[in-house]
Design a binder for this molecule. Structure first.
Ligand SMILES: Nc1ncnc2c1ncn2[C@@H]1O[C@H](COP(=O)(O)OP(=O)(O)OP(=O)(O)O)[C@@H](O)[C@H]1O
Length: 363
């Protein structure tokens, strides 16, 4: 699969991770720490991938490997088709990083920062000046001579915008952003989100965040990372979570309701339930009709080989009606499994984090 993706890398996949692992050797008789336990991921250009996870989950360890600060213990990853084990120098020319804490020189101006980083990306002459001015404009630090002020005089929001501008200077195709909007007021945060939305058009962005809202606004796909591995991967509208013992309204042919250790969730989007049904593929249209009778504005969000998922606006449906409708339908349809879940991304994230082992942030 990785080889196929790599062959396609020039055309499509900006980032490919192949069973990436990071183990920190235990010291003083302590056991080894598996910070990243075999991460595989492909991210096409034009997408922003959000990495959520509790403190100590391994997000920074992952990003550190991707940006060349540390070496993988095993496995590898490819940025723009280049291997992080061997080709880091080439990767740097096409990579941008916005670190969690602004790494800025207080006595340099915003513009000087951008000149410095743009030169590192081999920009020269008129192209260099244009790139710096465009960059300042894109993060609204151009007008009024703000770009010529020392960074020490910048507000937190201005520093964060500058850090994002630095990560994007030189048109890198792969960008890592570590909690880009942490600590910003709502207006500055919205401003920064617009910059990131614009930036993701022609590059791949991997973004870590603790904000569900940020993940929903910016990310085309996201994963919840716990204890060194993804517990779920999907788009913000629909994420699969496993290894959790969450209450889940679910039934299959033998049980009506049980507590199962898998959950499908839908992020808020106005408060909807996710209704999932698996039947033989030829019965799909009958299920669709049933769903639309229950909820006329239901929206189909997934369909594969007889498994269909719909979002049902909460104000339109009562849970009991769904249960009755499915039970009645079982007399004429082969419903292999079905489920109805009501939860928000934030609720689930908190439960995922609680379900994870307690991490000690101190290495
Ligand atoms: N250099 C190191 N040596 C040993 N253990 C480490 C080292 N760096 C991180 N760890 C451990 O690896 C685990 C993952 O840490 P990491 O910093 O990658 O998590 P994180 O998800 O980025 O957390 P946060 O959200 O707090 O930044 C933690 O248990 C941490 O204590």
């Amino acid at each position: 699969v990785v080889e196929q993706l790599l062959m396609d890398s020039n055309a499509n996949q900006a980032i490919i991770c192949d069973n990436l692992r990071k183990v920190y050797p235990g010291k003083d008789g302590n056991p080894d720490k598996l910070a990243v336990r075999g991460l595989s991921l492909a991210l096409p250009k034009g997408q922003c991938f959000g990495m959520l996870g509790p403190n100590g989950a391994g997000k920074t360890s992952f990003i550190s490997m991707m940006v060349g600060l540390t070496k993988p213990t095993s496995g590898t990853a490819y940025a723009h088709g280049m291997d992080i084990r061997m080709d880091m120098d080439d990767i740097y020319t096409n990579m941008g990083v916005c670190p969690q804490h602004d790494l800025l020189w207080e006595t340099l101006t915003g513009k000087e920062h951008l000149f410095f980083y743009a030169r590192l990306k081999n920009l020269k002459g008129a192209a260099l000046v244009k790139a710096v001015n465009d960059s300042l404009k894109s993060v609204t630090l151009f007008h009024g001579g703000v770009g010529d002020k020392q960074v020490g005089k910048y507000s937190g929001g201005m520093k964060r915008r500058l850090s994002v501008a630095i990560s994007l200077i030189g048109d890198p195709k792969v960008v890592y952003m570590d909690e880009p909007s942490t600590g910003l007021d709502p207006a500055s945060r919205n401003n920064l989100w617009n910059i990131v939305k614009e930036a993701k058009r022609n590059r791949a962005i991997i973004l870590t965040t603790h904000s569900m809202e940020e993940a929903e606004v910016l990310c085309d796909r996201l994963g919840i990372f716990v204890d060194g591995e993804f517990q779920c991967l999907g788009n913000p509208k629909e994420v699969y979570i496993s290894f959790l013992n969450l209450k889940y309204y679910c039934s299959n042919t033998s049980k009506i309701i049980y507590h199962c250790n898998a959950i499908q969730l839908k992020a808020r989007y106005g408060g909807a339930y996710i209704f999932t049904v698996t039947t033989p593929p030829e019965q799909e249209s009958e299920i669709e009709q049933l769903v639309h009778r229950l909820s006329p504005s239901a929206n189909k969000i997934y369909n594969l080989s007889g498994t269909q998922k719909f979002e049902l606006p909460k104000q339109e449906v009562r849970i009991a009606d769904v249960f009755h409708a499915v039970e009645r339908a079982k007399s004429r349809l082969s419903i292999h499994a079905w489920g109805l879940v009501d939860t928000t991304l934030e609720d689930v994230f908190i439960k995922v984090a609680k379900g994870a082992p307690v991490f000690n942030d101190v290495a």
